[in-house]
Design a protein around this ligand. Structure first.
Ligand code: APR
Ligand code: ZN
Length: 377
């Protein structure tokens, strides 16, 4: 406590270069921060995009990526009041300070101070790093407020959620991003009701979490769209009722969705980060009331592929970050509901590997073979 810790971390040293397991030094947490011993971490598509440096302005190396994880608090800064050493926690990349105008507003999970900022590469509180290599000679950048590909990481307490220590830490790591993002989009942002029709574009962990969330709400039809047919079997287990592979069609996907649903889906969820798919998702919804929820992260600078007049037919579009959930105040009861059986969490953990094999875990996601590969640190 109060001292620098030397430990292992997987460091990104350049775009698409294999991560290097290195010894790094981790500073003690400052005033409102905590230092966590990470025990489980997994890889999300957003880590992949940052690792590849898909968005040029996001490129920053060396950097410790990773934002889905769980662990135990090692030490806390002197102003932290809601967390203490040995608490079981998960990091959340989209924090909740509890103090800003958005945190006080009941219908948004935006936070002015600790909301996700993909451009930020240092700690939000002082704009400095807490990671060093080469005998403190080289600063290592942070990622998405969290940087979990490390045995120890420093995170602001606004980006950390505490859980009952009896809950399984491995499964809890899924709530750092994938499951919360997908299920939350259905329960919070769309608020899907029993009997409604849903279309999901992209059947990665996020899209399948959307399907699981829609099933839990009693959706009558859940259409899954993916170019990888290997996703269909898993999709069935998660509640998908109809599948569309765009590569096997002679006509646009939205025409097929409209036909299958008899007019259009009540809700479309875009979970690929592809603009063309976003357009198909929008056109797949029911005229008059259909809502498209944008869940996937679009790293490229292009803008919406929708003509303003198209909004006159009553379909709308809404973005959703971190499932629309307020992390500190809403995540514990949300996770409890999922853990009690509303969502089958085991289905999301398709692979497990030791932390040292993190590059293999990246490859599994690139090859479309894994939903989540959980790494044990
Ligand atoms: N049409 C249909 N499906 C597609 C297409 C496409 N053109 N391109 C990709 N997909 C499918 C992939 O086959 C894959 O099954 O989208 C899925 C994406 O899944 P993952 O790579 O596992 O990503 P995931 O972690 O689920 O994240 C999905 O949300 O967090 C964001 O940045 C992330 O934009 C990404 C999205
Ligand atoms: Zn706030």
């Amino acid at each position: 406590m109060g001292k620098v810790i030397t430990c292992k971390a997987a460091v990104a040293r350049g775009p698409s270069q294999p991560l290097v397991i290195e010894e790094v030094q981790v500073d003690p947490p400052k005033r409102t921060e905590i230092r966590i011993r990470i025990l489980f971490t997994s890889i999300c598509h957003t880590d992949l995009a940052a690792w590849k440096g898909e968005n040029e302005s996001q490129r920053a190396y060396p950097r410790i990526l990773g934002h889905e994880a769980s662990g135990v608090i090692e030490s806390v800064g002197e102003e932290v009041t809601d967390l203490k050493p040995r608490d079981h926690v998960i990091p959340i990349f989209h924090g909740e300070c509890g103090d800003c105008v958005y945190c006080h507003h009941p219908s948004t999970n935006i936070c002015k101070n600790f909301g996700v900022d993909p451009m930020r590469k240092e700690m939000p509180s002082d704009g400095k790093v807490r990671f060093w290599s080469k005998g403190r000679g080289e600063p290592i950048y942070h990622f998405l407020n969290t940087s979990t590909f490390s045995e120890y990481t420093v995170i602001d307490s606004s980006c950390v959620v505490k859980f009952d220590p009896r809950l399984p830490l491995k499964k809890l790591s899924l709530f750092s991003c994938g499951v919360s993002t997908g299920v939350g989009a259905v329960w919070f942002t769309a608020n899907v009701q029993a009997g409604q029709k849903v279309a999901v574009f992209g059947l990665g962990a996020v899209g399948l979490a959307v399907a699981a969330g829609a099933r839990a709400r009693g959706a009558s039809q859940i259409i899954g769209v993916d170019i990888n047919p290997n996703k269909f079997e898993k999709g069935k287990a998660m509640g998908i009722t109809d599948f569309i592979n765009p590569n096997e069609l002679q006509k646009p996907v939205h025409e097929v969705v409209k036909k299958l649903t008899g007019g259009g889906a009540d809700y479309s969820f875009e979970c690929t980060g592809n603009l063309q798919i976003l357009r198909e998702a929008f056109l797949s919804t029911q005229m008059g009331w259909g809502l498209t929820v944008l869940v996937g992260v679009h790293a490229k600078p292009d803008t919406l592929p929708i003509h303003p007049m198209e909004l006159f037919s009553g379909q709308s579009l809404k973005g959703c970050i971190f499932g629309g959930l307020k992390g500190k105040t809403q995540l514990p009861s949300f996770a409890a509901q999922c853990l009690e059986g509303a969502v089958n969490l085991d289905e999301f953990i398709t692979h497990e590997l030791p932390f040292e094999r993190i590059n293999e875990a990246f490859q599994l996601l690139i090859d479309g073979k894994s939903l989540r590969c959980v790494l044990k640190l």
